[in-house]
Design a binder for this molecule. Structure first.
Ligand SMILES: Nc1ncnc2c1ncn2[C@@H]1O[C@H](COP(=O)(O)OP(=O)(O)OP(=O)(O)O)[C@@H](O)[C@H]1O
Ligand SMILES: [Mg+2]
Length: 361
């Protein structure tokens, strides 16, 4: 187990920083995800840790040792990338044994360790197979075994699941998490898939434009995003600019859309917010009666609109409600309660959600 400390890490290409004064501490045995849109600097950061790129400035220390002064092959860091990069002419056993052989490990120990590694990824039956005879998911598990057999204190993952289909991604994501706990390595997991980041990590660092915007547990990031970018990037959100903000005891009141005044609890530094956000699962929706003005119950916000779509996904319904003068429709996620949904596309409806779940930025 090992602690990684990154301080003021910078990588410039030309004049442009693609990684900009990055500071992260990854605790011993922790799995940290770097999550962010394409081009935000995730791979560049990982490559500097692995030694494939030299930083422009800054320091990377693993258990107190400055990594940037150590040659890449001597850093003892495990790498698992998107393309499995197995040797096609070697069978599974030989692929996993390759690194150990190079390190001059005795033959009997190699056999023992390779068998244990293959067992841990449930591939002991596949030792004689060649990569071309295996599925993508199986090949990626060989790549995992090949890395873990060397018992690296730090393992870097760069979108290792992105070539796999949705179900397999989820399964292998969970498997990586189990292996991480079992082997106890410190891990950094790069992804632009927020669900993957949530499932796999102890903490998530959300990156944008070479900077870390927020770092925290999946719950902190999802429940308390620090700005509209994080709110929008992580999870589904109803996110809108707001106007006419006024303050009262402990609350903001503001206009969400033409004539629709709603409230939010005051948080943060006290300066007037410019955006409001509510998660789709915090919202309920009901058919609007003839005289049913959207007067909210105490502690709720309510707005009327027209139902534009109802998508059924088994466990839940995703419902769109167009609200006058709002550019983007409101999204509601309802748990499937096995009761018939009393709502049709084209009907007038009222969406309602707790003031407590109304976040502002
Ligand atoms: N060798 C290079 N020369 C110039 N610019 C580069 C070089 N390598 C990367 N970049 C730029 O640096 C930025 C960050 O790239 P990086 O590969 O780290 O992004 P990423 O977050 O991993 O994105 P993705 O999710 O698409 O993999 C990009 O704008 C990219 O174009
Ligand atoms: Mg990348």
């Amino acid at each position: 187990m090992s602690q990684l400390i990154i301080e003021n890490l910078v990588k410039n290409y030309g004049q442009k920083p693609v990684v900009n004064q990055l500071n992260i501490t990854v605790e011993s045995g922790e799995m940290l995800s770097l999550l962010g849109p394409s081009g935000c600097g995730k791979t560049t950061t990982l490559r500097m840790i692995a030694g494939m790129h030299d930083p422009t400035s800054g320091s990377i220390r693993l258990d107190g040792k400055e990594l940037t002064r150590i040659a890449p092959h001597k850093r003892n860091i495990g790498l698992v990338f998107q393309n499995y990069a197995l040797f096609p002419h070697l069978n599974v056993f030989e692929n996993v044994a390759f690194g150990l052989k190079r390190h001059g490990v005795p033959k009997s120990e190699i056999r023992e360790r390779v068998e244990a590694a293959l067992h841990s990824v449930r591939l002991n039956e596949f030792a004689e197979r060649f990569p071309a005879q295996m599925s993508g998911g199986q090949q990626q598990r060989v790549a995992l075994a090949r890395t873990l057999v060397l018992k690296p204190p730090l393992v870097l993952f760069d979108e290792p699941l992105s070539n796999l289909d949705a179900k397999l991604r989820q399964a292998l994501g969970i498997e990586i998490r189990v292996l991480q706990r079992k082997f106890g390595f410190t891990g950094i997991f790069v992804t632009h898939d927020q669900e993957e980041a949530m499932v796999i990590s102890d903490r998530i660092a959300v990156m944008n434009g070479g900077n870390i915007v927020q770092i925290g547990t999946p719950q902190q990031i999802y429940m308390h995003p620090v700005d509209p970018f994080v709110a929008d990037f992580v999870g589904e959100s109803n996110l809108y600019p707001i106007t006419n903000v006024t303050a009262s005891e402990g609350f903001w009141r503001f206009e969400l859309s033409k004539g629709n005044i709603i409230s939010a609890e005051k948080t943060g530094n006290g300066s007037a917010p410019t955006y409001v956000m509510v998660r789709p699962e915090a919202v309920s929706v009901r058919r609007k009666g003839v005289d049913d003005q959207p007067v909210p119950e105490a502690g709720f916000n309510a707005v009327a609109g027209e139902v534009t779509f109802i998508n059924y996904s088994g466990s839940s319904y995703l419902i769109g409600v167009a609200i006058e003068s709002l550019d983007e429709q409101f999204i509601v996620r309802l748990q499937n309660t096995r009761k018939e949904l009393d709502l049709r596309v084209g009907e007038e409806a009222v969406v309602q959600w707790p003031v407590h779940d109304t976040l502002t930025f």
